[in-house]
Design a protein around this ligand. Sequence first.
Ligand code: DNO
Length: 360
Amino acid sequence: MKMTFRWFGSKDDSVTLRQIRQIPGVSGVVAMMADIPVGEVWPRERIAALKQEVNSAGLELEVIESVNIHDDIKTGAGGRDRYIENYKTTIKHLSEYGVKVICYNFMPVFDWTRSDLAQPLPDGSTALAYDQSKVDRIDPGHIAEAIASGSQGYSLPGWEPERMARLGELFASYRDIGEDDLAANLKYFLERIIPACEEYGVKMAIHPDDPPWAIFGLPRIVRHEQDLDRLLGLVDNPCNGITLCSGCMGANPNNNIPAIIRRFGKRIHFAHIRNIKIESPGNFHESSHLSCDGSLDIFEIIKAYHDINFNGYIRPDHGRMIWGETARPGYGLYDRALGIAYLNGLWEAVDKMTGKTSRV
Ligand code: DNO
């Protein structure tokens, strides 16, 4: 495995590359370019500059999260072929600068959703939380404002203001799209881009729906093991893979994360590892990474990755806000760095227990 850390860029992150470089065991950052409109080609010169910046801090740039998918591709609208061609060009450009994995999602309208970005926990920290009963009371037309009000002024990944300004139009574009239509549109997309991925040596890694169930009546198709099975079969090629997000899929207690890791093994290219505490069905908050603080057994998750000789990328996921830090919700330095130290410790312990070193 290769340990990485998500970074939003020098203009848009409270965490610096220098700080990331000092977290033990981190080989690279997972980056994005939020200012490029969804659907447009990522220019070579922008990628070159980002790579140069990251490499000169002593870090690698091998994973992008995310190259987002235009809603015309998800709905199968007339413009999709142009956006797919642009996506292929972006894959080519990224590959020329050493990018190996692209994380993306296929969630209609909204990316990850929470009802609270700073729920106080008993230890005085705050964390992201989801309470279905609260979400049910939010008018979907106003959820972007509800979410943004807790964002500490930072842009939120997947909640681009220009898209949120068109919410009504976006909702309308999904009116006749059911789960099977969405899956057919994903297949159409994958059939066209996976040959480019093979040619350029890039792996696609779809992120599950967060939370892993339908919200606001919109279709969702990456929620559980059966969905992952269907999605991998849409185009049965190693370049069509998964970002397995433990905290996201783990919000449904029927999703057995270690079993999913063992089942899909080599098709998992990117692992997001974090814990969550499920309070009741549909009601959870994010916790520290430790097994004892949440509902997921992180040791078993690491053990499963180790057993399959996982040689993809790992990153700690959302952290709590601790020690008075002000940062983008979920993406401060301190708790994610603690998360890495813990994940590294578990990995070393399993290495030594099994006599098999599998860090790359
Ligand atoms: C939120 C993230 C998501 C994720 C995208 C991947 O913090 O987990 O925004 O990056 O869904 O496309």
